[in-house]
Design a binder for this molecule. Sequence first.
Ligand code: PHE
Length: 340
Amino acid sequence: MREALEKIGGEARAAIARAGTSADLAAIDRRLFGEGGEISTLLRGIGKVPKEERPAFGAAANRLKKELEEVIAARRAALVSVEVEAEMRGEGFDPTLPGTRFVAGGLHPITTVRRELEDLFTSMGFDILDGPEVELERFNFDALNIPPHHPARDVFDTFWCESIGLLLRTHTSPVQVRAMERLKPPIRVLAPGRCFRHEDVDASHEHTFHQAEGLVVDRGISVAHMIGTMQALLRGIFRRDLEVRLRPGYFPFVEPGFELDARCPFCDGAGCAVCKRKGWVEILPCGLVHPNVLRAGGIDPDVYSGFAFGLGLSRLVMLRYGIDDIRWFMSGDLRFLRQF
Ligand code: PHE
């Protein structure tokens, strides 16, 4: 055992002296002291040493351990300072090597604008909600004050599922009722997402498109709160103030209901192809939440009121970037996507 001790010591000292880099030294350190390392194994084997030799052997082994630890520490300090100096002189760095190519996809313009909206509304104290794309008839229609034979159902060209009572949501408005059922007023939520309608597809109609529903319910909410919020939304997306106007609009789930128009961001009202020479663009259907909808969501309309809006997200993105055909969004065409 004595010889084993000496052999390990001799070899270790030589190896430490030879180590040229701190990485070499770390490997030697592991070989000696790591799990199953030479010194660790030696110390664990002390039971096999004859009883009378044990104290002397133990002391010698511990001395060696301590000595090697010190030698390693000293050598490490020397090697590291040499390495740091070399690095500071710029050695080992080849500025002519080609960089690593960064391979990544890009964000779809709808995703970019959706995230901007989420940030904007979060900053105003809104929560961001999600709702199912396969929706219950009850949330998509009934709870929104559109009973089975209401003519408003015809406005939404609905994809019905084969199982009774299920459909692909035709708007994000069902999230209004889902939010009211779960949350207590004050409620401030934004619910962006995909919607589906059985449309004849053309430059401005898609079977799959995006909306963002907004809902605020509290005591004393009025049309003024709604207009202020819509102006903040437009300012956030177009990065400047756009004049707005309200026209009456009919949606069974709001009363009064409005179409909120904004000054055309392309011609500032002079009239162009985007606004069809009207000077205004129609983007924000909105209104005060109908008492029947509040009731369906379990909220007392005598105590609370609220406003809701259904932002046409796809349309907003088209306006923001000057995209002239809604079909580009779903095309998966890289020539389109690479522009963003
Ligand atoms: N859900 C309506 C639509 O898709 C828009 C809307 C939402 C209108 C909220 C008023 C309030 O046409």
